[in-house]
Write a protein that binds this ligand. Sequence first.
Ligand SMILES: C[S@@+](CC[C@H](N)C(=O)[O-])C[C@H]1O[C@@H](n2cnc3c(N)ncnc32)[C@H](O)[C@@H]1O
Length: 259
Amino acid sequence: MILAPVLSEPECADAAAEIAARWGLPTQSSKQDTFQLWLREGVLALHWLESPQKMSPLVVDFHQGKAAYRAQHTQLKNEAIAKAVGVGGKLQPSVLDATAGLGRDAFVLAGLGCDLQLIERHPVVAALLDNGLQRAQQEADFIGETCQRMHLIGTDNLFTGKGFTHEPDVVYLDPMYPKTGKQKAQVKKDMQMFQQLVGSDEDADNLLEPSIARAKYRVVVKRPNSAPFLAEREPNSQIKSKKHRFDVYIKRGFNESTN
Ligand SMILES: C[S@@+](CC[C@H](N)C(=O)[O-])C[C@H]1O[C@@H](n2cnc3c(N)ncnc32)[C@H](O)[C@@H]1O
């Protein structure tokens, strides 16, 4: 796994050390660093030192860009992810996003009123997401309130079973899928940096069974349209969007008792 040290100017050294300790990251730079995390004025940013083109640092900022726009303009009928998870009417299932990444999908679901527990195993990604959530949660606006429904609980909880505040209604999975040549060319700059850091999740098949065990009602798996089923297991239903499909594994209906 590629790691990155957490660095800062001397006046933020304590806060940087705290982040490093929480996520098990180094605090010293080294000549071998490909990536570095810099904490400046409370904002944690990932710098790719050998990026092929000059790339801006990667920051999780829920108040900026597409994420903010999408959260404020999300309409249930347009969101395939909402249909797949089962959001609608009075139903706002609680969701465990077990592959949280930069929290973009979770943010859409939280914007629709769902409560989210988040797991992200890559410590650099988890540190960026945690910093973005903490900053957003301090704002008393729609985005701040949305982020208050998102709780990052750790890196390996799906397997250890630790840290859950409740059993989720739905488990959501979106593991990294190896990119084909055509997809590579289309990847946006910030996602190129993310892919370089995280790689592809070759062990993703292992996520399905524990997710089915943990979900009360269903598991939703986001896949590129051309990808095979996770763990070669056929879902009960599929919801398709332009680039992706959502494979839905139903354990029981939302109106069926869990006893
Ligand atoms: C494609 S990204 C998820 C993107 C996310 N849905 C979003 O909207 O930002 C996949 C993420 O899953 C994480 N991941 C893969 N396997 C995991 C596991 N076993 N436990 C926790 N996180 C995992 C990877 O580190 C990566 O950050």
